[in-house]
Design a protein around this ligand. Structure first.
Ligand SMILES: NC(=O)C1=CN([C@@H]2O[C@H](COP(=O)(O)OP(=O)(O)OC[C@H]3O[C@@H](n4cnc5c(N)ncnc54)[C@H](OP(=O)(O)O)[C@@H]3O)[C@@H](O)[C@H]2O)[C@@H](O)CC1
Ligand SMILES: [K+]
Length: 545
């Protein structure tokens, strides 16, 4: 599991590489040699017996990495066939291309050459495009990529052994979409069995089609970590910098291979410290906060009760469920630890919120749009930390975003997001033609800045963004069974419980998303939303172990 590591946009990666090279401490050729060595090493680790390999080298430095890989695999006893371009790449790629040319031929990078009879390979190294892709591939390269994409569609029983250098070629590493192709998965995207990327994951490894198309993701150290640290220290010191500030992004992404020479901060451990050691100032139940979950009328109780149960399980000291008085009986079921309070109108809610011990609110799950519309103004006026989900988001689309504040967490799925931010959704739906393409990360950040609230945009690639630009990607493509009725209500409850316990909104949202996926992962397939809160104690126990 790769958790809590920094994610860099392609521009930031380039800036860091340039700064490192400008310092004189490392040359571009050395970086390219390290990158190629990392990929060749991963190939040899995975397939220790030398076989036949075709290396496809593009026009830039990604292609340069390919020539290094070809040379190293040749020296390791592999039978290497290189397809490359007849162009003049930058000095570093030109040098490694010359070195390869002393060893073997460079055949044309065309589909006909790739498909030549009797020339099939055990492994194909895709070194055509990396972070420098700016537009949709054309002509020969486009047909090669489409041809290779056809090898491993969604329904293929096995993936051909394509190893991608930095990313599957054609993928925009800032958005996770293929330039010139639809944003919906088809059969034509190049799907690697393994992708070896350098220094840090990029957003496109974690968003959109990236996670599926990258296959297993290996992040290789190429000696730039020191540069990121130096830059961050200098930023903290207020010194002027030529490079862009690294994004304050973190990732939760399951990974199976982590090179030994890289260490990743385990965000889960930090969460465990805070959540399992009860850092509250007192051991009194109010020391862990009091969450109020606004529920709806008769026959709508399930969603709010799921949220309330999750808030209890995540450690809120007290949780009160607040339906209209006429529906109290309907909300009388377990858990008995829940308190109930009838709230019919905004005036009663105003009254209740004079109690300063209520530290977080949740509105939306099973609430009904009319009731949410009636109660939202009081809730927002109280300036209490609050989760706005489901019906509350529909209500918000009607009443507008103006009263939102920085204690609010909005938890829309893409449909709810479209109602709140139609223009951003439209941009997200456009076919990506040039890089960096507009991404889910861009949309969530823009929505957070515009609304002044934390926005958690759900999906297997959940993006959580704060109004100040901080953002977190939580990729959980490995738990598709989490997409089940009521799952979102549990997430809203987890975040509410964490807000009640005093976590700042961005941390509460990110930790809630993390716990939610961890609970689903622990339960496994067959999960229904009711199971999720019941897994939280086991997740905490695992964290303490
Ligand atoms: N910098 C470093 O120190 C290190 C970098 N490393 C490696 O370098 C990679 C980044 O290299 P890169 O910047 O050269 O970009 P890359 O992805 O090879 O492609 C750019 C070339 O393709 C061209 N091009 C773009 N779109 C096109 C299209 N649709 N159709 C046709 N051409 C198109 C573009 O031309 P232009 O846009 O200028 O016309 C340019 O020539 C990175 O992913 C990593 O693998 C490692 O070695 C570690 C050290
Ligand atoms: K590539």
């Amino acid at each position: 599991m790769l958790t809590g590591t920094e994610i860099l946009t392609t521009a930031q990666m380039r800036a860091i590489e340039s700064a490192a090279m400008a310092s004189g401490e490392v040359t571009g050729l050395q970086l390219m040699e390290r990158a190629g060595t990392a990929v060749a090493g991963q190939i040899r680790l995975r397939w220790p017996k030398p076989g036949r390999v075709t290396v496809l080298c593009g026009p830039g430095n990604n292609g340069g990495d390919g020539y290094v890989i070809a040379r190293l695999l040749h020296h390791a006893g592999w039978q290497v066939r290189v397809l490359g371009m007849d162009n003049s790449p930058g000095a570093d790629a030109a040098e490694v291309k010359r070195q390869w040319a002393k060893i073997g031929p460079i055949l044309p990078l065309t589909e006909a050459e790739l498909r030549r009879r009797g020339e099939s390979s055990d492994v194909y190294v895709d070194a055509i495009f990396g972070t420098g892709l700016t537009r949709a591939p054309q002509e020969d390269i486009a047909s090669i990529l489409l041809h290779m994409g056809g090898w491993g569609g969604d329904w293929a029983y096995y993936r051909p052994r394509i190893v991608s250098v930095d990313c599957p070629s054609g993928l925009c590493l800032d958005s996770g979409f293929f330039l010139g192709q639809s944003r919906v998965a088809g059969d034509l995207e190049l799907r690697a069995v393994m992708t070896v990327a350098f220094d840090s994951p990029k957003p496109g490894h974690l968003l959109g089609l990236g996670p599926d198309c990258c296959g297993r993701l290996v992040i290789a150290d190429i000696g730039l970590a020191h540069w990121r640290v130096t830059q961050r220290r200098e930023i903290a010191d207020g010194k002027a910098l030529e490079v862009q500030r690294p994004a304050a992004l973190t990732a939760d992404w399951p990974i199976f291979d982590i090179p030994d020479n890289r260490r990743f901060a385990l965000a889960g451990k930090k969460q465990a410290e805070w959540l399992t050691k009860r850092h509250a100032t007192s051991d009194h139940k109010f020391g862990h906060g009091h969450a109020l979950v606004l529920a709806g009328g008769i026959a709508r109780g399930g969603a709010a009760r799921l949220a309330a149960r999750a808030a209890l399980r995540v450690g809120a000291g007290l949780v009160t469920l607040a339906p209209p008085r006429s529906a109290m009986i309907d909300h009388g079921g377990p858990p008995d630890a829940l308190m109930r309070r009838g709230i019919d109108d905004a005036a009663t809610l105003d009254d209740l919120l004079t109690d300063g011990r209520i530290t977080a609110l949740c509105i939306g799950p099973g609430c009904g749009i009319d009731r949410a519309t009636a109660l939202l103004p009081s809730l927002l006026k109280s300036k209490r930390p609050a989760v706005l989900d489901a019906d509350a988001l529909s209500a918000l689309a009607e009443i507008g975003l103006t009263d939102l504040h920085q204690g609010c967490v909005l938890t829309p799925h893409l449909g709810e997001f479209a109602r709140l931010f139609p223009d951003l959704t439209e941009r997200l739906g456009e076919k990506p033609r040039t890089g960096p393409a507009y991404s889910k990360l861009d949309a969530a950040r823009e929505a957070a800045a515009r609304s002044g609230a934390v926005v958690l945009l759900k999906g297997p690639d959940t993006v959580i963004a704060a109004p100040d630009g901080r953002a977190i990607i939580h990729s959980a493509f490995d738990v598709p069974w989490l997409a089940t009725a009521g799952s979102g209500d549990v997430l809203a409850g987890l975040i509410t419980g964490l807000l009640a316990r005093g976590l700042p909104p961005l941390d509460a949202a990110a930790t809630g998303a993390w716990l939610h996926a961890a609970a689903a992962r622990r339960f496994g397939p067959g999960l229904i939303a009711d199971d999720l809160p019941e897994q939280i104690p086991a997740v905490f126990r695992d964290l303490r172990a």
